[in-house]
Design a protein around this ligand. Structure first.
Ligand code: 4F9
Length: 253
């Protein structure tokens, strides 16, 4: 996959792209990332990328020309671009694992990062999809773009190793993960559940599924309404309702 990012802060991307799995994916030729500074495509004398809003008001807005010029110089006319163009914005569709999986099937992605107090409305015409990573305001779309790059890249076949990819992730099943334990078996008086030491793989599987359901019930109840639940899951949930009776959800929304 090739990802082209349009930003006025290219230096922000160096850290995340040069560590760990994303670095390895690029070295293996599975992922290519091109960071384009759209200030380089500004034509005005001072290479302005922002201007005052028509109608007045505080703050500056990103101008359309540098972003359109940068996109067309790198990717060609929008009509001919084969990939998906993503605009990071707090007004976008909430980004989910399902959207990440859809994007991972693309050969090319372009990501436009807004900055400052906002952007000219006409910039939206370049985008196929506008994505938000959550309901908080950031200084710009750069960190959200890196979140999208990270979550999409790890879904490209071959990017995760055997071991890494066999883990069932939180959300890919629509549930939170069960608790995990490693050595030492006892740490500062805190013990590991006996079932995990038992060697009984069927009991371990059932315990993990139940604790995954319990975590989801206690922390993110709404996820259970959309999760794919088997008859066994419903039975496990009945046990959990009994065990957790009267408990207010901890960390729930
Ligand atoms: C973008 C916040 C995507 C959340 C961009 C300020 C943003 C954002 N998700 N906030 N610029």
């Amino acid at each position: 996959m090739n990802i082209t990012v349009f930003t006025i802060f290219p230096e922000m991307f160096a850290g995340p792209l040069n560590a760990s799995i994303l670095r390895r994916a690029q070295d293996q030729g599975l992922l290519g990332v091109e960071i384009v500074n759209f200030r380089d495509h500004a034509v005005s004398k001072h290479r302005n990328v922002d201007d005052e809003p028509f109608g007045g008001g505080a703050g500056m807005l990103l101008k359309p020309e540098p972003i359109f010029a940068a996109f067309e110089a790198i990717a060609g006319p929008k009509e001919d671009y084969k990939g998906k163009v993503i605009l990071m914005s707090p007004q976008g569709v909430p980004f989910t694992q399902e959207i990440a999986a859809g994007l991972a099937a693309q050969q090319d992605l372009a990501i436009i990062c807004g900055h400052y107090e906002g952007f000219d409305e006409r910039i939206r015409r370049l985008a196929d999809v506008e994505l938000s990573i959550g309901d908080y305001v950031l200084t710009g779309g750069e960190l959200p773009a890196m979140v999208v790059i990270d979550s999409v890249s790890r879904l490209i076949p071959g990017v995760l190793g055997e071991e890494e990819s066999h883990r069932s992730d939180s959300f890919s099943e629509g549930l939170l993960e069960h608790p995990h334990y490693t050595r030492p078996r006892e740490f500062r008086g805190m013990t590991t559940p006996d079932v995990l030491i038992s060697g009984n793989h069927e009991e371990i599987r059932r315990w993990r599924r139940k604790e995954s359901l319990r975590r989801t019930w206690l922390r993110r109840r709404a996820l259970l309404e959309t999760a794919k639940l088997t008859p066994e899951d419903r039975q496990l949930l009945d046990e959990i309702y009994g065990e957790e009776e009267g408990d207010e959800p901890r960390f729930s929304r």
